[in-house]
Design a protein around this ligand. Structure first.
Ligand code: ADE
Length: 255
């Protein structure tokens, strides 16, 4: 009892919500969980338990911002998580990022919210949502301790080439981007580092509930015409990299 009380006072977060969009993004995380209960709500499966003694609830939200927003609200209202971390893959937008590299969210914005004029789209979200600074700090600390697997030979001939990790801007929209023209537009309009389909939906719900959040995304494709080929080829490798970083963060939270 005293031990539990001490744990409650020391830990910055008492129960963490862990979200992903697809099963590949959560497989490794669920393998490491000590599962206590599994519930289904709004067709989402909530796995309740702990990782390295840290209470958490892991859920596959499905693809898109509506799924992400709905799932985040359930995590907050039903499971009373006090932080949410999203782990998954993304299309690389910053030309310096390669497949396998990781973006830790500093900020996330909707890229498909705005006004359509006859020959122009005016973005309606130019500020977005800031990730929690404590979670960012823990993620950056965790990076130093993670043993990422080598970047696949198909991508890089160099031996022992490991992924790079950057703190950056993520944009989200209900669109899978496979267009170099759109990639350039996202880079110029939002100074985005990567694009995905859930982060800003989850972040908006967290902001409305004043709940800290963080997004970890590993690049699975470069959001260009090759994305449809690269995504299925590298989603497994990239999802695992993102999961490894999240798992290390959870480990640090328990120390
Ligand atoms: N997630 C992974 N790759 C993506 C892309 N190209 N567009 C949107 N979401 C993605």
């Amino acid at each position: 009892m005293t031990f539990l009380l001490c744990l409650f006072l020391i830990l910055p977060f008492h129960r963490i919500g862990i979200m992903g969009a697809m099963d590949k993004e959560l497989n490794l995380i669920k393998q490491k969980m000590k599962i206590e209960e599994v519930d289904t709500l709004a067709q989402k499966i909530f796995t309740v338990g702990s990782i390295k003694g840290i209470p958490c609830v892991c859920v596959q939200a499905g693809v898109g911002k509506v799924n992400a927003a709905l799932t985040a609200e359930i995590l907050i209202l039903k499971y009373q998580v006090d932080a949410i971390i999203f782990s998954g893959v993304a299309g690389g937008i910053n030309p310096q990022l390669k497949i396998g590299d990781i973006v830790i969210s500093e900020r996330v914005l909707h890229h498909d919210f705005g006004q359509i004029l006859p020959d122009q789209f005016i973005p309606g979200d130019t500020t977005g949502y800031s990730a929690d600074t404590v979670l960012i700090e823990i993620a950056l600390k965790a990076v130093k301790d993670v043993k990422f697997p080598e970047v696949p030979k198909k991508l890089c001939k160099e031996k022992e080439h490991l992924p790079r990790v950057v703190l950056g801007r993520i944009v989200s929209g209900d669109q899978f981007i496979s267009s170099e023209k759109k990639r350039q537009w996202l880079a110029q309009t939002f100074r985005a580092d990567c694009v995905e389909m859930e982060g800003s939906g989850m972040a908006q719900v967290c902001a409305l509930n004043k709940l800290p959040f963080l997004i970890i995304r590993c690049v699975s494709d470069l959001a260009n015409e090759k994305a449809e080929i690269d995504f299925p080829a590298f989603v497994g490798y990239s999802a695992e990299n993102s999961s490894l970083l999240l798992l290390k963060m959870i480990e640090l939270l328990g120390e």
